[in-house]
Design a protein around this ligand. Sequence first.
Ligand SMILES: [Zn+2]
Length: 124
Amino acid sequence: MSDVKCPCGSGLPLKRCCGPFLDGTAYPDSAETLMRSRFTAFTRGNLPYLRKTWDPNTCPELTPDDLQTQWTRLEVLRSTQAADKAIVEFRAWYRDNGTEQAMHEISLFKLHKKRWVYVAPLQG
Ligand SMILES: [Zn+2]
């Protein structure tokens, strides 16, 4: 348990990566780190963390049903960050009927009360 690898793909142990963000003892200082920690929150069913890191203007009603997906791994393809907004492109892999599938998204993040939050997908 203590040396469990972080689901976000950093290669670090959870407790030295997204763990402190999820348990509220630290907050990510970049949009990419925030994005990675949100992926970890999805894999661990941490609804309070997902709400906390979502722009209050776009955050949907989240229920445990939103966390049924069996996420397997994350690939960050590109991330660019300006002073108050950022874009992260990623592929999030999940298992569906025994096959691994990927969801591709280009996400918009912004600074809200001096903290990075997820806004919405940019595409589609
Ligand atoms: Zn992590």
